[in-house]
Design a protein around this ligand. Structure first.
Ligand SMILES: *Cc1c(COP(=O)(O)O)cnc(C)c1O
Length: 437
């Protein structure tokens, strides 16, 4: 058994945690020390188990340590762990790109590999900027995104982001991005969101390189779910004004919202699609950016037109082997089809929680259920963390977003685990409301 005390002591003296104010963390937080995980459960250093309501930071679509993914990883590790991808080909990158294109929305024909969700969107931004720069529209250097958007953490994509605390320190140095009223914001009507979208594309087309959207659900904004009509209008407007539409499916893809791609809800295909997280079933850091033939063609014919971009671990054989196996598991275990009744269970449970005192509103889409606790909003609000503490006592891990409590478990979570998770979520919310009153 791992020595929990030593791990925490070293952690607090040496490890700088992501998204964490470290003085409070050091003084007050007793972190979960995860030692193992299997299926829908985490096991801590003392052997206690927790239902993973968070799908391991939204990545682990097939559960932890799916035996087929572990086997694919082991086998590949014995054969080839790393090779450069510049000028070298390998079976897993080739077959993965082919398999991905075959399940991608129409027209996405080429795959650029990178390491994580942020870089998959960074690639999309650079493709758009360079495409226009060398194909007759160099003045197209701006982007548009939704208010409260989240597209990752590199400096480029930080410009697209709208979560205030993630963005504010870098504001003076960011690329130009117009932030649109979000159709997922309960204060904004769909009508108003569509009007604002239309205005920005019509009036800004000359300077816009791309519109970047998290289709159907804005994850980090607080699991804000919106109407597919917005995506359809975005597609129409981008077509009419010849602006690129980038779909950041890093979180929403791979069936998270109930269809393979969130864009499928609207029946649209973007010009660029970004995938990560569920792409490797959350097992390895790996991402893909898919682009149309037109965009690919825009980089051909002359050394100076090439896309001079890459990462050391682009298309790495381990990640690619696992990502191939993920696609096979989706097919052979009929993951999308079998998640449908699970999604319905989530939707029912959250609708019922909407009647609890202290709950302002609820929503659900696919394998996501979310509720807003009454009281302050925003990433730093802390009622959600009280629910986290209650859930942890009861054997579930529920990482909140401010006052938004949500579940987004693996797509293949067994029904009994899902029911237990939903019951714990409900009891934990009730306990916090009771104690707060
Ligand atoms: C998580 C996320 C990212 C960033 O992915 P990382 O792998 O953490 O860099 C980008 N876009 C969306 C929509 C995400 O949810």
């Amino acid at each position: 058994m791992a020595d929990r005390r030593r791990i925490v002591q070293l952690d607090k003296s040496r490890v700088w945690h992501p998204y964490t104010e470290m003085s409070r963390y050091r003084a007050e937080v007793e972190p979960l020390v995860v030692a193992e995980a299997r299926g829908s459960r985490l096991v801590d250093a003392d052997g206690k188990t927790y239902l993973d309501g968070n799908g391991s930071w939204w990545t682990c679509a097939l559960g932890h340590n799916h035996p087929r993914l572990v086997a694919a990883l082991k086998q590949q590790a014995e054969q080839l762990c790393h090779t450069a991808l510049a000028g070298i080909a390998h079976e897993n990158a080739s077959e993965l790109a082919e398999a991905l294109v075959s399940v991608a929305p129409d027209g996405l024909e080429h795959v650029f590999f990178s390491d994580n969700g942020s870089t998959s969107v960074e690639v999309a931004m650079k493709l758009a900027l360079q495409y226009w720069a060398q194909n007759g529209r160099p003045e197209r250097t701006r982007f548009a995104a939704l208010s409260d958007a989240f597209h990752g953490e590199t400096l480029g994509v930080t410009a697209l982001g709208g979560v205030e605390v993630f963005r504010a320190p870098f504001d003076p140095v960011l690329l130009e991005c117009a932030h649109l009223p979000s159709p997922g914001d309960p204060e904004v009507s769909l009508e108003r969101a569509l009007d604002a979208l239309e205005t920005i594309v019509r009036e800004g087309a000359d300077s816009l390189a791309a519109i970047v959207l998290e289709p159907m659900v804005q994850g980090a904004a607080g699991m804000r779910i919106y109407d597919a009509a917005y995506l359809r209008r975005a597609r129409e407007l981008c077509d009419r004004h010849d602006v690129f539409l980038v779909a950041d499916e890093v979180f929403a893809g791979y069936g998270r919202t109930g269809t393979r791609w969130a864009c499928d809800h609207a029946g649209i295909a973007p010009d660029v699609l970004c995938t990560a997280k569920g792409f490797t079933g959350g097992m390895l850091p790996m991402a893909g950016t898919l682009a149309t033939e037109r965009i690919f063609q825009g980089f051909l014919g002359d050394a100076e037109r090439a896309f001079y971009y890459g990462h050391t671990f682009c298309g790495n054989p381990l990640g690619a082997a696992v990502a191939r196996e993920v696609l096979r598991v989706y097919d052979e275990e009929r993951i999308l089809e079998r998640a449908k009744p699970k999604a319905a269970r989530i939707a029912d449970a959250f609708a019922a929680m909407g009647k609890l005192p202290g709950v302002a509103r609820t929503r659900a889409l696919g394998m996501i259920g979310a509720l807003d606790l009454e009281g302050g909003a925003g990433y730093l609000a802390d009622a959600g963390w009280r629910v986290y503490a209650e859930a942890r006592e009861r054997g579930a891990y529920l990482r909140p977003l401010g006052n938004v409590v949500y579940v987004t478990p693996s797509l293949n979570i067994p029904d009994e685990d899902l029911d237990a998770l939903l019951a714990i979520a409900r009891e934990s919310v009730e306990a916090v409301v009771r104690k707060g009153a």
